[in-house]
Design a binder for this molecule. Sequence first.
Ligand SMILES: Nc1ncnc2c1ncn2[C@@H]1O[C@H](COP(=O)(O)OP(=O)(O)OP(=O)(O)O)[C@@H](O)[C@H]1O
Length: 284
Amino acid sequence: MDYILKVKNLRKQFKNFTLDDISFKLEPGYIMGFIGPNGAGKSTTIKLIMNLLKKDGGEINIFGKDHVKYEKEIKDRIGFVYDENYYYEDLTINQMKNIVASFYSRWDEQQFNYYIKEFDLNPKVKIKTLSKGMKMKFSLAVALSHNADLIIMDEPTSGLDPVFRREILDILYNIIQDDTKSIFFSTHITTDLEKIADYITFINEGKVVFSESKDGVMESYAIVKGGMDLLDENTRKQFIGLRETRVGFEGLTNNLDKIKNTFGDKVLIEKASLEDIMVYSVRR
Ligand SMILES: Nc1ncnc2c1ncn2[C@@H]1O[C@H](COP(=O)(O)OP(=O)(O)OP(=O)(O)O)[C@@H](O)[C@H]1O
């Protein structure tokens, strides 16, 4: 199997945080969402993949090659959107584009002009006058205009209105249709991932909780609702996370058979959303 992105046993140690043994793989033609609470290590992982930070251990292969040894060649094929973009604020969109375009061997001017128009950006205005959302649109236009085979984005939809977010999701979905390109992006907007992601990698406190197909995840987790009288020391342990109120409890499980055995039809079982899975897993 050829992977576009392969991260194996990745480690990075900061003074107060350790990214520990992170592994996941992404094949061509798929979208992987990268989720986790604030401070889980998502941006750190993305910076390590992009070699903006030096890893302490593990392997990162992109297009089958080591990401440091072949950095230049690899980055030519990556469309990167990052939350702290490093643009020259005094330049106009067009001037900045001319600089950025020179770094890419497969820059597509026509494509860029298409996106600038589509995203309602005026190429003559200075970067510093752009709103947060407009800057993100500019970054996206650049990332999508050099025929990248892998698009890596750190929270690309934060600060974007719902209409434009939907438009971006459609664009991303279209990009992977030829089965040769892949997209890896972090987000807190889990409903976006429910719409377009094929795989979900969930990290918490620097560790991978799971990295699986979205359908597999959505099938294996469920929300269980019932009366407080059903909970005791033993039954509590069957849940990944629990929320208790005066009227009853809601719990997350990934072992429905066991839950059905224990509670029979005394509980109500509902589908879990990605947000449920994240919230209950984090607040054990
Ligand atoms: N350069 C650094 N030096 C020391 N600690 C760092 C550094 N960069 C990040 N950290 C720490 O690493 C942890 C993970 O941060 P990171 O930015 O990767 O999280 P995140 O999952 O992207 O969070 P968010 O959702 O809030 O963006 C945090 O505790 C942060 O303080």
